[in-house]
Design a protein around this ligand. Structure first.
Ligand SMILES: Cc1cc2nc3c(=O)[nH]c(=O)nc-3n(C[C@H](O)[C@H](O)[C@H](O)COP(=O)(O)OP(=O)(O)OC[C@H]3O[C@@H](n4cnc5c(N)ncnc54)[C@H](O)[C@@H]3O)c2cc1C
Length: 516
């Protein structure tokens, strides 16, 4: 068992990467980043790779919620719901208070919601609070639910349809600052403990004790031997391990400008007509945009690198939301749309699929590759723990106990400390106590003034040059796409993206000049 406790930054390509480690982790979505952190913090040496970039796959196409698991409770899966609620509490109170916050949720009781549905919604919201209590999450983190009058509901969501509105049920859940930011922070934390984290490194073949990799920058192939190999490639898991068969389903979200749903301060559960307990969520985001999601459509055939929403899905979401709001939302209001794929497991020999988007599965292949698939962003820590436990047991490898329940991610601090930081709010929301490091790093690397480093990169585009520079120097961003589509999410609004390209190019040039 070996371990290096020197900070290793995230870098593209395989130059200088180790050829022998305890654990190779394939895939740097939330699951692989979590496995890398779990393994390295137990004292194991780790090489974690992604064919493209951090958060290139499903992990950046989520609803960005830290779920309490109510949906699973409604389906009778009490254990899964409890696990979700526990992991939500760990993220919000211990490991990542900086990247998460409480967000109110509202089920409006409009004319289309019959009395029995309103009664069920009330019961469900209170059941959600029971989950919170069962997970020992404080009411200071997630307040208790309550019934709202029509007037109170309109204060939180002024654009709701007024006719027949007789109030609603207010609950609370967790929201992420951004899903890709969580992945980046987990990966950076793993690197800070000594994990070798490499992007642009594709695994071509894997066994339980070795991987053959291609450096996507040079085209060179490398072989790395390991005591154990963990496959965390999400919907691509079956490409590397033939026993794993997945049938993805697509979930689509729309992106709206804030002014399309003015004054929205709460997640609205818009009921899907003729369905008792299915909803479309209208989700206000910390950057002022609003997401609307999500759909559930079979996505058979080859798995694309970047799934695309379809026009019928966009139309469906617009119809449901327009029915819940005073003014219809039009196709022209949609400034962006994205889709992600859920992995559904094809059960071998049983001719059916299992919804492992509900719970994760750990599968060990004939050659000993441990695949971890399914689950959700919220439960990544527990998934990683289970995967590493299984990998250690299979390899007969000794390591310390799992430490991640109490291991804060880089930048984490309690909410009072975060509130007292003097750096700009956007940097604190995205980097926590590392906000000062982000700014200091940008000053040193660029020699520019704080005004230049902290100004929005373009009108209406809140990303800053300081965070773009940090993306290059500390987070392994190698090109404009990494910076605009994953380290920041400017690319979610295609019209904004070209406005930010000059700043991204400038960050890459300034950081490269510094390294010369
Ligand atoms: C529409 C939608 C909404 C969701 N909303 C939420 C939510 O609000 N909250 C929540 O908790 N969960 C949510 N989830 C679930 C959550 O997003 C996923 O469970 C999670 O992101 C899956 O992460 P992953 O790391 O397993 O896979 P991925 O993020 O897909 O990562 C797999 C990685 O493997 C890499 N890779 C693939 N092949 C190779 C190879 N050969 N070599 C090297 N690298 C490779 C890919 O580039 C990719 O980066 C949502 C899921 C969907 C589909």
């Amino acid at each position: 068992m070996t371990s290096t406790h020197t900070p290793t930054r995230i870098t593209p390509g395989l130059a200088g990467a180790p050829t022998e480690v305890d654990v190779v982790v394939i895939g740097l979505g939330i699951t692989g980043a979590g496995v890398a952190l779990d393994a390295v913090s137990r004292g194991l040496s780790v090489l974690a790779v992604d064919a493209h970039d951090l958060a290139f796959g499903t992990s950046r196409w989520s609803s960005k919620l830290v779920h309490g698991g109510l949906r699973y409770l409604a389906a009778g899966h009490v254990g899964v719901a409890h696990e979700s609620a526990v992991e939500r509490g760990i993220l919000m109170e211990v490991t990542a208070p900086h990247l998460t916050h409480a967000i109110p949720t509202l089920m409006p009781f409009g004319a289309s919601v019959p009395k029995n549905q309103a009664v069920a919604a009330r019961a469900a919201t209170w059941a959600g609070d029971l989950l919170r209590r069962g997970a020992r999450t404080s009411v200071r983190t997630l307040p208790r639910p309550r019934h709202l009058s029509g007037t109170e509901a309109l204060q939180l969501a002024p654009a709701l349809r007024r006719e027949g509105l007789r109030g609603g049920m207010l609950g609370w859940d967790g929201q992420l600052e951004d899903d890709a930011r969580l992945v980046t922070t987990v990966a950076r934390t793993a690197a800070s403990y000594g994990a070798h984290v490499r992007t642009r490194a594709r695994v071509l073949e894997a066994t339980g004790t070795s991987v053959r990799l291609r450096d996507e920058l040079t085209g060179d192939t490398h072989t790395v031997t390991a005591r154990t190999v963990v496959n965390a490639t999400g919907v691509w898991a079956g490409d590397l391990v033939e026993e794993v068969r997945l049938r993805p389903s697509r979930g689509t979200h729309l992106v709206l400008r804030g002014q399309t749903v003015p004054g929205l301060r709460v997640v609205v559960y818009a009921p899907i007509p003729n369905s008792f307990n299915r909803f479309v969520l209208v989700l206000p985001q910390p950057d002022g945009t609003v997401y609307v999601g999500l759909t559930d459509e079979p996505a058979d055939g080859p798995v694309p690198d970047v799934p695309q929403p379809t026009e019928p899905e966009i139309g469906f979401l617009l119809d449901v939301v327009s029915a819940a709001f005073e003014h219809p939302i039009h196709r022209s209001d949609v400034v962006g749309a994205y889709a992600g794929l859920r992995p559904l497991l094809d059960m071998p020999g049983e001719g059916e699929t299992a919804d492992i988007s509900r719970r994760h599965a750990v599968l060990t292949s004939r050659t000993g590759v441990v695949t971890i698939v399914g689950g959700k962003l919220t439960t990544y820590r527990r998934m990683a723990e289970d995967a590493v436990d299984a990998a250690l047991a299979h390899a007969g490898l000794e390591a310390g106990p799992c430490r991640t329940q109490t291991l804060p991610l880089l930048g984490a601090a309690d909410r009072a400390t975060l509130a007292g930081l003097e750096q700009p709010a956007r940097l604190v929301r995205r980097f926590g106590t590392d906000a000062g490091l982000v700014l200091e790093n940008a000053r040193t690397v660029t020699g520019l003034t704080d005004d230049e480093l902290l100004a929005p990169v373009a009108e209406g585009v809140p990303a800053t040059l300081a965070e773009l520079v940090f993306g290059v120097t500390h987070e392994g961003a190698a090109d404009v796409d990494d910076l605009l589509d994953r380290r920041t999410r400017v690319g979610l609004i295609p019209a904004d993206r070209p406005l930010a390209v000059p700043a991204a190019e400038r960050a890459l040039t300034l950081a490269a000049a510094r390294q010369l």
